[in-house]
Design a protein. Sequence first.
Length: 434
Amino acid sequence: MRLYEHEAKLLYNHHGIPTPRQLGTVQAVEDLDKLDLSFPCMLKAMVLVGGRGKAGGIKKANDLEEARAKAKELLGLTIKGYPVETLLLEEAVDIQGEIYLSVTTDPATFDMVLVTSASGGVDIEEVARTQPDAIWKKKLVDNPKELPGDVADEVTEFLASQMSGLAQAKAQLRDTISAIYACFQKTDAKLVEINPLVLTSDTERPILAADAKFILDDNALYRQAETLDLIGFDTKGKRHDVSEQTTHESRAYKNSFPYVDLLDNPDAFEKEPEKLYVGLVPGGAGYGIFSIDEVVNVGDRYFGGKVVPINFMDSGGGPPVHRVAEMFHLLMDHPLPDMVVTSRFGGISSCDVFIRGLIQALRDRHATGQRMIPVYGRMVGTDLPSAREAFEKAKQETPEPLKDLHIVVGNQKIMADVIRDALEYGFKVKENGA
Ligand code: GDP
Ligand code: MN
């Protein structure tokens, strides 16, 4: 769960990480009058994406009138597709230098990783590319709950050697870095990133976290009641973390089923013309993983490795008809798949619901002239007789929308063979245009 900057800064302050003075949040220009403002102040757009500065989402105001004008401007803004509904107001600080600092977990080894650079404030990926030496990185094995003293010294010295003026603030810098690490550990965070951690001209408070990216681990939220309480988050609610999802993933999330795009940046992906891209609607998660493997396996064996599965999906146990329909709609609205391969292995879930959902999706799309692609698959298991009946009846009633629907009913063919038939059909359609 990704936190908004104002929430993250509440946690920072709680864990002893200094920030610019927080003046409050507003959702309307009139609300500015309710805050005890001081000037100059910063107005910051609260959206769960980075790069707000470049997008015009960070502004400075020298008096109330200016704050009103800028708040009005910001509240009308949309940043990377997300409308700005809340603004954070905080004290503007005099920045002498910008540090990048983050703590995260290495996804392969689960070791903690501390990353820092004196070339902060800007896009850190760019720094990593152009000046790799400007980045200091340390793995912390054995999951220490506190930052070891020698590491704190090492990172402080590194930064002090890179930025003039930092030598006078070494003690505060060291304390802040240790506090950031401890905060990461105590909150079960996945990522704590401060870009920039700033050096100010204020000798009383020379080191402040001017920005805050904070991602909590969803799997640990159950034991983070105090953290959620501190930010006023309703523990029954769950935040939809849009920042790291593709448009298709967030659509699936809203419809309550797990879905993962397997190709990076699917909406701008350049397909290779000779390859067949396959969308998958399996039953459960296990079948979902199997389907990905088997499509690749059959593709490698019989089709020269020219088959690309595009997604993982899971219907969840006992999905309602409308959810099954939505699973097919999602893939047919998706720009990548040339066809859908589906497998309903009815256990908890019923074949009857599955086929009704599938038929409904195809009929709806046909009636409204939406994109349709071949669907090929198999269904076996629970409620197969009534599913077969419903399927036969539907084909007689409305043959046109179902003309490119090919479902093996029953287990006379193993799934590997069904997939092979499906891919052969998919390539044929691709070459002959049906
Ligand atoms: P981001 O663009 O979404 O990462 O938003 P940030 O909170 O990092 O703000 C972008 C930039 O605005 C920072 O890198 C700073 O250079 C600048 N900035 C933010 N707060 C202040 C402030 O209090 N004073 C000054 N002078 N600049 C600020
Ligand atoms: Mn930033």
